[in-house]
Design a protein around this ligand. Structure first.
Ligand SMILES: Cc1ncc(C[n+]2csc(CCOP(=O)(O)OP(=O)(O)O)c2C)c(N)n1
Ligand SMILES: [Mg+2]
Length: 772
């Protein structure tokens, strides 16, 4: 690597200041200049931006290479926008509309911002950890021959120090150590302040130890060059400085030079006399604010020195609000400069009033040439990378044969068949599971396709001739990433693998499995994956109280409701193996389609008798959310509406009641999520004059307007009870509302009213008004 010229360092310093100005001004403009019609506070984080501008200038205008990807600390979003504004890839209009509708987003967004954003951020901790899994995906793609070494990059996370309290970071680095992850730079903006308060003292020593023990190199950038020189020259001053608590440091940074002088005079005394004589108050403040994260020479040196692929944690000491009037103040997290303070900052930066947005306004000719040259040379991507879809043609997926099957077993069988048949889709599938590979029926697939490991892994037990159904060998062609039990890691892995087409140009078909109740364990990471439009297939099994003897701690009740409210994730809940095959085919198609999404399959271990099919007419309805498994007579007064594993009870009840309740229908629901979406979309379309009934409206209009529906699902009854609202039909909802207990299915279904008796009683109740 070429040593940076002195002029580059000077130019980087100018850019640091410019980023501080532009980020502060963008936020100020949104809060104090732009019209505010509703009186809501617009907000933004000037202090959080100011503490990172030197780090980001050194990174974006010096250290980053074209293939590097960055997750930016959410509240430093305006700095990222300012960088792209200086590079010509962000528009003035978007900055003027920061936090406004269609403007630059408050927190960097892959999908909504017009600039290239590698990873969306917002929920702290997740943006950090996802870079680790993205690096693992890069290793996977390289090992599988889909990526050249020359295309490989480094994964950088810019982290707030309080973000280090998020547990998901540690779950990730533990997993990373197992997989020998590399090419990671995590840079902590160690300003020792969080949102509420000043951080706990000396916590960073703990962080230091934790990271080192996971195989990371830790580089502490505590002092800038000037501060280092001053402290080296005066050991007493140094030991005094180093024992200051985080709170004392913050207070002194806020109070400034005179306060430093008073404290030093009182506490170091004569030993520091010559140092104090040589520095007036302004110079004192300048020396003590020269922390590593604000010193360009220190940053550039540290980045240049870390050229191998060892994962590296940089702890860069900074001051929150550096260079702004509330620097170091403990309440500055959401602090905004007032117009007088903003004008003073503008003047100190040499920016004329009315010229606030001019990128290089007030930068003198000498410096300007160097700055322009550096901007020209910046190697980061200026344009959004195009997304890559439609790479694979998804083959028809046949249903596994078998009179009696569970959807979970059918899932394992379908994957095994796919693997045996071979082909492009099978080769692009990456499976992953947090220690439930075997119990979610991925075992046969793994036996065929092996574990992914960067170095060959022998199946020691097989070599020792110990009989086992699981053959767990692995190597760099393996396709299964086995994770430890940390569901948050599963979703971050799915997020990273689900973005492989966008990040690396090669789309993978990631499949993650876990037990349905533990979706809640990683829910924010799942939401995070969907927010970035990562594409994957999530298979959750077993589910509901149908897992019987496993008991209440493993029974899931509300995931269908979670899915109903989760954008970017389509819920399917099949009852039969042929439905499942159709849904998996659709899920693969959706992974690779521009207007696609991710899919969540809620499966069961209950083996049930499969239904005979006269033809394929059920298929379209099953993929749209539901179909009549037993057609109602036109204008029928009642229907049983059932989803998933309780279909045998619904079918049996239908047989029993069909004589007494003429025309009784049985509606199989395969996706309340899709039905609900279709319903609201049709309503919205009607406002635009388009009259097209939704699938659910068409299904239910086969019944009388006054018909009664008995809904039943092994889930919260609200998953289906809303169906009554579509056409105003009455509903008797059956489902699970209390934590379950252990038991066999007959006992459990009777206790929780999921059996035939409950359906019969509910039908009677719902028809009663007409019988009276
Ligand atoms: C999961 C989550 N919890 C809470 C928040 C609200 N929040 C935003 S920033 C922040 C703390 C910021 O402190 P730090 O990480 O040190 O960043 P700084 O602004 O000091 O650079 C909090 C609690 C969030 N964005 N995400
Ligand atoms: Mg902080």
């Amino acid at each position: 690597m070429l040593k940076p010229l002195t002029t580059d360092i000077e130019a980087l310093k100018v850019l640091d200041e410019r980023l501080r100005w532009l980020s502060a001004w963008t936020i100020h403009h949104a809060n104090h200049v732009r019209d505010n019609s509703d009186g809501l506070k617009v907000g933004g984080h000037q202090a959080s931006c100011a503490s990172m501008t030197a780090i980001m200038a050194a990174l974006y205008f010096h250290a980053l290479r074209p293939n590097d990807r960055v997750a930016v600390k959410p509240h430093a979003g305006p700095v990222l926008h300012a960088i792209h504004y200086l590079l010509g890839s962000q528009s003035l209009e978007a900055l003027e509309n920061f936090r406004g509708f269609g403007g630059a987003q408050s927190y960097p967004s892959r999908t909504k911002d017009r600039i290239p954003v590698d990873f969306s951020t917002g929920s702290v901790g997740l943006g950090v950890a996802v870079t680790l899994f993205a690096s693992l995906v890069q290793d996977y793609l390289t090992a599988h021959g889909w990526m050249d070494d020359a295309e490989r990059g480094r994964f950088v996370a810019l982290i707030g120090d309080a973000e280090l309290d998020e547990g998901n970071i540690y779950e990730a680095i533990i997993e990373g150590a197992k997989h020998d992850v590399r090419n990671l730079w995590w840079i902590v903006d160690y300003n020792r302040q969080s949102l509420d308060a000043i951080s706990a003292d000396r916590m960073f020593e703990r962080f230091d130890e934790i990271f080192r023990s996971c195989g990371w190199r830790v580089v502490e950038l505590r002092y800038g060059k000037r501060l280092q020189a001053a402290l080296d020259a005066d050991p007493k001053l140094k030991s005094w400085f180093e024992q200051l608590s985080n709170a004392e440091l913050s207070a002194l940074h806020y109070q400034g030079g005179a306060a430093w002088r008073t404290r030093i005079e009182a506490e170091v005394g004569k030993a520091a006399a010559s140092f104090l004589n040589e520095h007036d108050d302004t110079a004192l403040a300048r020396v003590f604010t020269d922390l590593g994260g604000h010193c360009m020479e220190t940053l550039v040196e540290a980045f240049d020195a870390a050229q191998d692929d060892v994962p590296t944690l940089f702890i860069a000491w900074t001051i929150k609000g550096f260079g702004l009037p509330f620097a170091g103040h403990k309440d500055n997290h959401a602090g905004l400069m007032n117009p007088t303070q903003a004008a003073a900052l503008r003047e100190s930066m040499g920016v004329r009033e009315g010229h606030e947005w001019e990128p290089l306004e007030g930068i003198g000719d000498n410096a300007r040439t160097g700055v322009e040259a550096l901007l020209d040379r910046s190697r980061i991507a200026r344009k959004k990378r195009s997304r890559s879809f439609g790479q694979i043609s998804v083959p028809a997926i046949p249903a596994p044969a078998g009179e009696e099957q569970s959807t979970q077993a059918a899932f394992g069988r379908i994957l095994l068949d796919l693997s045996k048949a071979g082909g492009e889709l099978a080769d692009r599938i990456l499976t992953t599971s947090p220690d439930v590979t075997v119990s979610t029926n991925l075992g046969a697939w793994v036996n065929q396709r092996d574990l992914f490991r960067r170095s060959e892994m022998a199946d020691v037990l097989a070599q020792a001739k110990i009989a086992s159904a699981q053959k767990w060998g692995g190597g760099n062609k393996g396709q299964h990433v086995e994770l430890g039990i940390a569901e948050s890691n599963l979703f971050l892995m799915l997020a990273a693998a689900g973005l492989s087409g966008d990040l690396f140009g090669t789309r993978l078909f990631p499949i993650g499995t876990l037990y349905d109740p533990f979706i809640a364990r990683g829910l924010d990471a799942l939401n995070y994956a969907c927010y970035q439009d990562a594409r994957f297939l999530l298979v959750a099994t077993p589910s509901g109280i149908t897992l019987g003897p496993e008991g209440g701690a493993h029974q899931s009740i509300n995931p269908p409701l979670i899915a109903l409210g989760q954008p970017g994730l389509r819920h399917y809940e099949p009852a039969f193996a042929d439905e499942l095959a159709a849904m998996m085919e659709e899920a693969f198609r959706l992974i690779d389609a521009p207007d696609g999404e991710s899919t969540y399959l809620r499966l069961s271990t209950r083996s049930i008798r499969q239904v005979g099919r006269a033809d394929d007419s059920w298929r379209e309805g099953a993929l749209a959310g539901g179909y009549w498994l037993r057609e109602p007579a036109p204008g029928a007064e009642a229907a049983i509406v059932a989803m998933g594993a309780v279909m045998p009870e619904a079918l049996a009840a239908w047989e029993e009641l069909k004589e007494d309740v003429p025309g009784l229908g049985l509606l199989a629901i395969t996706s309340p999520d899709l039905l609900h979406r279709g319903w609201t979309a049709a309503q919205a379309a009607r406002w635009n004059g388009e009259r097209r009934p939704s699938h659910v409206e068409k299904l239910l209009s086969a019944l009388a307007p006054s018909a009664g529906l008995v809904t039943i699902a092994d889930a919260a009854p609200a998953s289906l009870s809303w169906l009554g609202g579509v056409l105003g039909q009455r509903v008797a909802p059956l489902g699970v509302e209390k934590f379950g207990q252990t038991g066999n299915l007959a006992d459990l279904y009777a206790a929780y009213r999921l059996d035939g008796d409950a359906i019969t009683e509910s039908i009677a109740e719902i028809l009663l008004p007409f019988r009276m």
